[in-house]
Write a protein that binds this ligand. Structure first.
Ligand code: 5AD
Length: 378
């Protein structure tokens, strides 16, 4: 059964793309019956085929360290979590991961880690970028996901060889953002984070953002506004995934009830909402790169492939040594803790082929949106 209002909203969103109304998006996000979900995902998949084809770009993901200066209530590597064993990879280990990605033909690398603003760290990243560039003949495009930094730091990293930057806003609901980030002195900090997106654009990155989906205290209206925000910020890339509680954080276990008494964590509902968000994003930003993230896979073994069929076109397989993966658990049940990089690649090849898509080996896979903008990859 597809509600008549749902069909009408889907038609309008298809026609207006970036101009879609928040009320229509809210209705699409509420798709719950098999028929409605199928109609939404099909529409998004058609747009993806038209804009980027049945091709998946793989990014080798390196989790370079779990030391973090921030205390986000939801995150397993938050500053106050004493139960995590902290690690930082050496530059050699990062280069080894980059070589592996290069050898695998992934075409692109993502360096992600806890947020640190100290000079030792920012200089270490600069050095690592330079070494990665040398070791791979400058052939890989490099995405950073290292949190809020000054424009000067962003610029230095760009000059050292990074091309893209992913900074999730987590939510555009300022009040919820304030509650989730006790280290944020006041609500204005949301705006400070948003200004980072301007800084990144100003120093020539391909810019990505995203949110967590199904956070306690978040409404469908909030998610519809998140979608509108992606359009307003005119971003090239989106990385987002469902919220998953982590037991050793204030937003896991008993703390979760205290934070949002009405919230119950339902994995199937989180996956559904996550996929609906991907589909809506594809309808709004037809030529963006959209990631199908590990959080989807954590809740459903086929989650990432379902993400591809709902409109995503990027997957970020881990190329970090399995030895360190246990230290990088942002949420409960993170998959692939013991699966090494070659196994991951084989499994992805099979599952991607099974849905009728191919892997864009040896290509950087820039978002068509960024290419149209004239952003270089050098
Ligand atoms: N559930 C889902 N995603 C999470 N992240 C952090 N903690 C969680 C969680 N509990 C996401 C945030 C962050 C990214 C690195 O991981 O969106 O930006």
């Amino acid at each position: 059964m597809v509600r008549a209002a749902f069909t009408a909203a889907l038609e309008r969103v298809r026609e207006n793309a970036g101009g879609a109304a928040a009320a229509d998006l809210e209705l699409l996000l509420s798709a719950q019956t098999e028929d409605e979900v199928r109609a939404l995902h099909r529409a998004a998949y058609q747009v993806k085929l038209r804009e980027v084809g049945p091709v998946v770009y793989l990014r080798g993901l390196i989790e370079l360290g779990n030391n973090c200066a921030r205390d986000c209530l939801y995150c397993g590597i938050r500053l106050s979590n004493d139960l995590v064993e902290r690690f930082t990879l050496t530059a050699e280990q990062i280069v080894a991961g980059a070589r592996l990605a290069h050898e695998f033909g992934y075409g692109s690398l993502v360096l992600q880690g806890g947020e640190r603003n100290d000079k030792a760290h920012t200089e270490f990243i600069t050095e690592a970028l330079e070494r990665v560039h040398r070791a791979t003949g400058g052939e890989l495009s490099v995405t950073l996901s290292l949190g809020q930094q000054t424009r000067a730091v962003y610029r230095r990293w760009r000059e050292a060889g990074a091309h893209r930057y992913l900074l999730r806003m987590e939510t555009t609901n300022r009040e919820l953002y304030g509650r989730l980030h006790p280290d944020a002195a006041d609500l204005a900090d949301w705006e400070a984070r948003r200004r980072c997106l301007d800084d990144l654009r100003a120093v020539d990155y391909h810019v990505g953002t995203g949110v967590m989906i199904g956070l306690p205290g978040q409404s469908l209206g909030d998610l519809a506004r998140d979608l509108r925000f992606f359009v307003e910020q005119d971003v090239d890339m989106i990385g987002m995934g469902p919220y998953i509680p982590h037991d050793d954080t204030p937003l896991g276990g008993a703390g979760l009830q205290a934070f949002a008494p009405d919230f119950t964590f339902d994995p199937a509902a989180q996956v559904r909402l996550g996929l609906n968000m991907i589909a809506c994003t594809r309808l709004l930003l037809p030529d963006a790169n959209i990631a199908s993230t590990t959080a989807l896979q954590a809740l459903d073994p086929a989650g990432r492939e379902m993400g591809l069929l709902a409109g995503a076109n990027v997957i970020m397989p881990n190329v970090t040594d399995t030895e360190y993966r246990a230290g990088y658990q942002l949420y409960n049940g993170k998959p692939g803790l013991t699966e090494n990089a070659p196994e991951t690649r084989r499994r992805l090849e099979a599952s991607i082929e099974a849905i009728g898509e191919t892997i864009g080996y040896g290509r950087r896979g820039d978002a068509p949106r960024a290419v149209k903008r004239g952003l270089g990859t050098g």
